[in-house]
Design a protein around this ligand. Structure first.
Ligand code: ARG
Ligand code: GLU
Length: 717
């Protein structure tokens, strides 16, 4: 008997270790209550209060929302901040020119006077958060309509937000959690003077490019450095030459100790969006209907991009960011759908729903509330499916044609003309359009877009039923979509910046008639109208119904599984994920180790692939293996590592911290096999990919010669 117990617990322990990952992105404020014990048992040596506190300075005082969708962290007492290269890419690109090509060559400010100002870039700190569910739901009772509920809540929220920051310079936002079952208030402080300090060349910061994107093993030095500036009182201020470096309440110590397999780590940042509690029907819709259509359309678009980018350096530069953007989500969707199938996630969700139904029916009270929920979901998703796919086509085919998207920017001007708007209003609209002309055409290649037009519209018309496409997509008088494309791009004034400027520069009120008659404008408008009149009215009603079903389902799941800890889906609010450094087995007979080294970069270089061209100067220290204090104990230069922290888009740039709360890595991606974790998490396959901080410091210090930046940091040896 004793022996049996022993064998049993060994097995439990073994399987425990193999998948010792903790699903979830947790609220910093609730760590003490929900997660601290587990984190400690996994090896954490600090307390939940050290991570988030409103009474003393804590790690949260060093975590920033960067720009619109990334994370960054403060790493010195002079406001130095660290994020990914791909997060700072737009800023680096904007400072680049043919003479000073920082994208290609990198940029390093050798003192503060050389740091570069970035209009429009801001970073935001969380001051504190608070559960305001009761106040937000004040007055909401059973029986009111969804519309009444929404109006009531939004007026409650407005009051809460206003009161929270009265007399301060802070911002306030109340956000729904668990699909509107709970509400939290976030008080924030935003800084608008954020300067570029350093960026490695793309051959380091983007090493591996789209070839390696979403993949492990990985060797990308994906980081860039910025600095927050404030006024003399250490308060946020718009850019001024008199501003001084920010003195933060806290900054992250940087550890040279590195990580080894099984070490505890946590990620602290701003994950954007997950949907972990969807019913099977929604997962099927995304994985088997929307993703495949979007993947196929993007593939054709990328092929056309490649064709033209290979022919011309100018086009390659014009389309590099667009290509990266289209390719990024294309590859993500492929991984996601594969992961869903491999996990048999739809069946898993169906099984859960069956158990749930049985539970609901077993009690009269529950039965009343929940017994028809799954059937309602099914009915509503069945109705939604064709319209939701229609939306995918509209987005991925119709509006992915750049000239069509651009043409629709003229809609307001035409409407203003038709409505006899005032000269002021019209001048304003014309001015806005004029301001946008060079930004659009600088990165536009008409022959490429014309080919995209033909391919996208052809695919759309071939794969969607007639009643779910705009009438203008069919019954054209041309023999082929190519002929149509040639004709329409030949006639439209939107084909090049000169004809656009000609209209805008001497614009008269009645000129809206010229725009209105333009064939490309007319087509774009017909797509837009089709969406407004035929798709949106249906999806709008169905989505509202699904919102309320999902809210009820979330509440019901929590009752159904009272012992389960539910984390709220990511919604771009500050979260903590935790796990262990760990390799994985992506397929039979293949095991992936948990770290990569500089050796791997040199190996990839030898393959002769475009994305694997190694920065020549990186090869020098490699020859004599002279990595100084940044070497791992075994003498190697560690470049990246993986761990089982549950992350998603938005976690880019998030700090990866060790058991002592010291910075050991910089999150920048997930593994391909694990990208379904936005819908369903698999502890065996889902890993986050991080830059080893020692490689980052090595590049700053030894490669760039910017050791003064390392000297600013608090280094733990
Ligand atoms: N996959 C990462 C993320 O989702 C990196 C994207 C940027 N890199 C690229 N090669 N496109 O944002
Ligand atoms: N690269 C992603 C980002 O920009 C992170 C990867 C992911 O989706 O986990 O946030």
């Amino acid at each position: 008997m004793i022996k049996r117990i022993v064998t049993f617990s060994v097995i439990v322990l073994l399987s425990f270790r193999l998948s010792y990952a903790v699903e979830g992105m947790w609220l910093p404020m609730l760590l003490e209550q929900l997660n601290e014990d587990e984190m400690t048992s996994m090896g954490m040596r600090i307390s939940a209060e050290d991570i988030y506190s409103i009474n003393k300075s804590s790690l949260k005082d060093a975590i920033l929302l960067f720009g619109r969708g990334c994370t960054a962290e403060i790493i010195s007492d002079q406001g130095l901040i660290l994020t990914n290269h791909h997060c700072g890419y737009g800023q680096i690109q904007r400072h680049s020119s043919v003479e000073n090509d920082y994208l290609t060559k990198g940029f390093w400010a050798m003192d503060k006077s050389q740091e570069l100002v970035n209009p429009g870039l801001s970073v935001t700190l969380l001051v504190r958060m608070e559960d305001v569910t009761a106040r937000a739901l004040n007055g909401v009772k059973a029986g009111i309509t969804e519309k009444e509920r929404a109006d009531l809540i939004s007026s409650n929220i407005k009051t809460i937000e206003e009161e929270a920051i009265k007399g301060t310079a802070y911002g306030a936002k109340v956000r729904p959690f668990y699909y509107g079952n709970q509400y939290y208030l976030f008080i924030t402080e935003t800084f608008n003077d954020v300067r570029l300090v350093g960026a490695p060349p793309s051959s380091i910061g983007k090493f591996g490019g789209d070839t390696d994107n979403w993949m492990w093993p990985r060797h990308t030095g994906d980081f860039s450095l910025f600095r927050i500036y404030v006024n003399k009182n250490n308060e946020p201020a718009d850019y001024s030459p008199d501003n001084v470096p920010y003195k933060p309440k806290n900054h992250l110590p940087v550890s040279l100790k590195g990580v080894e397999e099984n070490d505890f780590t946590f990620v602290f940042g701003y994950p954007g969006r997950t949907q972990e509690y969807l019913p099977s029907f929604a997962v099927d819709l995304i994985s088997n209907h929307k993703n495949p259509a979007a993947i196929r359309l993007r593939e054709q678009r990328l092929d056309i991009f490649d064709e033209y980018m290979n022919q011309s350096d100018l086009v390659r530069i014009q389309y590099s960011a667009k290509h990266a953007g289209v390719a990024n989500f294309w590859k993500k969707m492929i991984g996601e759908s594969r992961g869903i199938n491999r996990l048999d996630a739809v069946t898993k969700k169906q099984n859960l729903q069956e158990e749930f139904k049985a539970w609901a029916l077993a009690d009269a009270e529950r039965s009343k509330k929940y017994s028809s929920l799954i059937a309602e979901f099914e009915k509503t998703y069945n109705q939604l499916l064709p319209y939701s796919v229609a939306e995918t086509y509209l987005q991925e085919a119709g509006f992915s044609v750049e000239a069509i998207g651009y043409a629709l920017r003229y809609r307001k001007l035409v409407e203003a003309g038709k409505a006899n708007a005032s000269a002021d209003e019209i001048n304003n609209l014309v001015k806005q359009l004029q301001d946008g002309v060079s930004g659009f055409y600088k990165y536009y290649h008409q022959p490429l877009d014309r080919k995209v037009f033909a391919a996208m519209l052809n695919d759309w018309a071939s794969n969607q039923p007639i009643n779910l496409t705009p009438v203008t997509l069919r019954n054209q008088k041309y023999k082929s979509y190519k002929e149509w494309a040639d004709n329409i791009y030949g006639k439209t004034f939107l084909s090049d910046s000169n004809s656009v400027r000609k209209i805008l520069n001497n614009y008269k009120a009645r000129d809206y008639k010229k725009i209105e008659k333009d064939p490309l404008y007319k087509l774009g408008l017909s797509f837009f109208d089709y969406y407004q009149t035929q798709v949106m009215p249906v999806t709008g009603v169905l989505s509202a119904r699904l919102d309320s079903l999902q809210r009820l389902y979330m509440q019901a799941l929590m009752e159904f599984q009272p012992n389960k800890r539910f984390f709220p889906d990511a919604n771009s609010t500050l979260r903590v994920s935790y796990g262990k450094v760990d390799g994985y087995t992506p397929m039979d007979a293949v095991n992936y180790g948990h770290y990569t080294t500089l050796n791997g970069i040199i190996e990839k270089d030898a393959l002769g692939v475009y994305d694997y061209v190694v920065e020549p100067r990186l090869k020098e220290p490699f020859k004599d293996k002279n990595y100084g204090q940044y070497a791992a104990p075994d003498g190697t230069m560690r470049v990246a590592f993986i761990a089982s922290n549950h992350t998603t888009g938005g976690n880019s740039g998030s700090p990866v911290l060790n058991a002592d709360g010291h910075l050991v890595g910089l999150n920048f991606d997930r593994n391909w096999e694990g990208t379904m974790s936005d819908l369903i998490y698999d502890p065996d396959q889902c890993k986050n990919i991080s830059l080893d901080i020692r490689y980052c410091l090595f590049v700053i210090d030894k490669y760039a010669g910017a050791g003064h930046l390392v000297n600013e940091m608090t280094i733990i040896r």
